[in-house]
Design a binder for this molecule. Structure first.
Ligand SMILES: *Cc1c(COP(=O)(O)O)cnc(C)c1O
Length: 448
């Protein structure tokens, strides 16, 4: 009889994978999940220390979220969202407004992160067109940015691994050299610098300010770039610069939202608000595909006019405002409401980060340990002094990944950056286990 993974490979083309790699590492077919654990069809147990691609927030099979979806499915599974609405979507906005940065108050629903980014880009473009600045057509993004895989989102992205081949299809974007705190060209340190690197942004705005409609950033944490972390001051400065040049500031909080950075949203660290915010991943606790592009009254008003003016935002997705997804998102906010989950996660984050520094910083090929909230990243380098990377063809991170899987830990590094981005409910015993496993695997791989 064929195994589950043989049956899988007969038909399934997996995302972000060289399928030939599956010859030596067949897919692990997951049978069920509980909390931070996943169990495959062969009975193996794994700790989901990457939150199933950063979206699982409160554990697999969470009883509160399960109950909310089960209740909703017997009432209403889906309804068109143009001219129609549903109770769960309305309630979700009423709850979200209490926790999102001030000034954001209009919610446009999509069904995945990339779509929320596309929506934000189009919205910012049309805003300027309709407010007397049709020359403001250009988008700005940071080097090493990640905003999703559709053509617009890929255009603002800056990770060559994902976009290189498609360059002829992509929009012409203005690019700002992103903060690089590990290899800071200004010789500064992220804990006490003045964001000297911000002059890179100033230069681009000075030269092209009048043509720029919006800038999109991953606040504080460039995730796919290898969990690169930069200070909140950068965001504060960017807020001022955007105001000066009438540029819309788009916060892609898809990966950073929902407590991942220690506060509800990364922008909360800077004490300022974006003009548009994209939410997905943690939004439904990792249960249902949904995203929201949230914006201000001012931007909303630029589209509000008599039909024949042609000012409406003619953007839609079939599954906009899906009630099942909204019910999951409401359950997530219900769980987070009294603050105890986030507070516990924050206490555990300090413990986790200290443990990781103790265990990894002195290892021969560990260049930097960096952390924000429960997210911790370990950058492996060939040479600690020069910070030179390993040859990417050696696939050091991938080898660590394969070893860790055998020991029951899902690490899935970004290149040679090994990271932990666990559900907020991870406890200390498991932190100890996953860091021990990571340490063993790194040692074994680098001995070879
Ligand atoms: C995952 C991610 C996206 C894309 O979301 P999808 O749902 O995968 O399309 C966009 N931006 C950031 C920062 C992300 O981490």
């Amino acid at each position: 009889m064929q195994t589950w993974s043989e049956r899988d490979l007969k038909y399934i083309w997996h995302p972000c994978s060289q399928m030939k790699d599956y010859e030596t590492l067949p897919p692990m077919v997951i049978d069920h999940g509980r909390g931070i654990y996943l169990f495959d069809t062969d009975g193996n147990k794994y700790i989901d220390v990457i939150s199933s691609w950063w979206c699982n927030l409160l554990g697999h099979c969470n009883p509160v979220i399960n109950a909310a979806i089960k209740k909703q499915v017997d009432e209403l599974e889906h309804v068109i969202f143009a001219n129609f609405s549903n109770k769960r979507a309305i309630e979700l906005c009423e709850e979200l407004i209490k926790v999102i940065p001030k000034g954001l108050c209009k919610f446009n629903f999509s069904d995945n992160g990339s779509a929320a980014v596309e929506c934000a880009l189009k919205m910012s473009f049309q805003y300027h067109y309709q407010t007397g600045n049709p020359q403001k057509k250009r988008f700005v993004a940071l080097t090493d940015a990640y905003h999703g895989e559709t053509i617009g989102a890929l255009s603002v992205g800056g990770v060559d691994l994902y976009s290189e081949i498609y360059k002829p299809m992509l929009m012409d974007i203005l690019r700002i050299k992103a903060p690089d705190c590990y290899r800071c060209p200004y010789g500064q340190c992220r804990d006490n610098c003045k964001c000297e690197c911000f002059e890179q942004a100033e230069k681009v705005f000075e030269e092209y300010g009048n043509e720029i409609c919006s800038i999109i950033i991953e606040p504080l944490l460039q995730g796919s770039a290898g969990m690169k972390i930069y200070p909140p001051l950068y965001i504060k400065k960017l807020r001022e610069l955007c105001d000066e040049y009438n540029v819309i500031l788009i916060a892609d909080e898809i990966a950073t939202g929902y407590g991942r950075t220690g506060k509800m949203f990364a922008f909360d660290h800077a004490g300022v608000s974006p003009d548009i915010m994209c939410l997905s991943k943690g939004l439904t606790g990792g249960y249902m595909p949904m995203s929201i592009t949230v914006t201000s009254q001012k931007i909303y008003d630029a589209f509000y006019a008599d039909y024949n003016t042609g000012k409406a935002f003619m953007h839609s997705h079939t599954y906009s405002g899906n009630p099942l997804a909204c019910s999951a998102a409401l359950a997530v906010l219900e769980i987070l409401k009294d603050g105890s989950v986030l507070q516990r996660a924050q206490e555990n984050a300090v413990y986790f980060n200290n443990m990781i520094k103790d265990k990894f910083l002195n290892m021969p090929n560990v260049g930097e340990v960096r952390s924000i909230g429960l997210i911790n990243a370990i950058e492996l380098v060939k040479d600690k002094n020069t910070k030179e990377s390993f040859d990417s063809k050696l696939r050091v991170g991938y080898q660590v990944y394969k070893k860790a899987l055998k020991k029951g830990v899902i690490l899935r590094p970004l290149g040679d950056v090994i990271y932990f981005n666990p559900p907020l409910i991870i406890e200390r015993e498991d932190m100890n286990f996953v860091t021990d496993v990571a340490q063993e695997c790194i040692s074994e791989v680098l001995k070879g």
